[in-house]
Design a protein around this ligand. Structure first.
Ligand code: CAA
Length: 247
């Protein structure tokens, strides 16, 4: 069987790196995207991955820009081949209570965390359907399920991902294309480490498992949902949150 090609957005971020490694472990060819303008950091990350035995092709793309995503996906299709697996992982936070939240904080999070789902999926969805196989995994969040003080923007974007996932899951179902979401809880990443220490301590105290999650624990769900054997799982959400919220 030919090697399947996977794209992971936000590849060199807290969760993305583990996802890339896990997908390579499954025999996938992996293309990781990073934020334009951060070429030096991305190249040195790619080198570090190579030294660890993981060959990752990297592409700069602004996931909030539809035309840029479409161009990058066309480039990948012509240089590497058709994209079979898409993990929409890139995301940002701009936390503030609503009374202090500014329009630019709202827009940035909606554009990067929600509009990116459309920007990356739309250009390749039809081709996946006509080839009769595809896997799309959208990274949502515990905070899209339950809401979070200080995250009106992030909670709204992450909740929007569920509707998007379930709608296109229906469109891909008869064509062999599955679409699912994963809702990570608080995982030990730079994003979570930005939360003020006293706030984070009280959050961890409310996690039944008693600790932050590890990025590999999210990657494990990505591998599960993108497996060749996962063709009957579509429109689902997998919560990976240490029991913090049982939806
Ligand atoms: N519930 C109720 N009250 C809360 C609260 C909560 N969860 N968090 C803070 N408050 C209260 C404080 O006790 C304080 O009250 P007083 O004014 O009465 O003392 C008040 O809110 C603080 O208000 P401020 O206007 O001063 O807020 P701030 O400008 O200091 O910012 C914040 C507050 C940005 C929301 C900060 O609390 C914060 O960063 N919270 C964490 C948000 C969070 O969990 N982000 C997740 C990031 S990781 C991620 O998103 C990954 C993922 O998917 C899980």
């Amino acid at each position: 069987m030919t090697q399947r090609i996977a794209i992971v957005t936000g590849a060199n971020g807290g969760l993305g790196e583990s996802m890339c490694k896990a997908l390579i472990g499954q025999g996938r060819k992996v293309i990781g995207t990073y934020v334009p303008g951060h070429d030096a950091a991305a190249t040195s990350w790619q080198e570090k991955m190579k030294q660890q035995g993981f060959d990752i092709i990297i592409k700069a793309v602004d996931v909030s820009d539809y035309d840029a995503c479409k161009r990058m996906l066309e480039e990948v299709e012509s240089s590497e081949g058709s994209v079979d697996i898409l993990v929409n992982n890139a995301g940002i936070t701009r936390d503030a209570p609503l009374k202090k939240m500014q329009p630019d904080q709202w827009q940035a999070v909606i554009q990067t965390n929600l509009n990116s789902m459309f920007n990356m999926s739309q250009p390749i969805f039809e081709a996946m359907c006509s080839r009769g196989w595809g896997r799309i995994v959208n990274i949502s969040s515990l905070n899209g399920q339950k809401g979070q003080f200080g995250q009106a923007n992030y909670s709204a974007a992450k909740a929007g991902i569920y509707g998007f996932t379930k709608a296109i899951a229906q469109e891909g179902a008869k064509k062999g294309v599955t679409v699912n979401s994963i809702s990570p809880g608080y995982i030990d990443t730079p994003m979570v480490r930005k939360v003020p220490e006293n706030v984070l301590n009280s959050i961890v105290a409310g996690i039944p498992v008693g600790r932050l999650g590890q990025p590999e624990e999210i990657a494990r769900a990505v591998v599960f949902l993108t497996a060749d054997e996962a063709g009957f799982i579509t429109g689902s959400n997998v919560s990976v949150n240490g029991g913090q919220y049982m939806a």
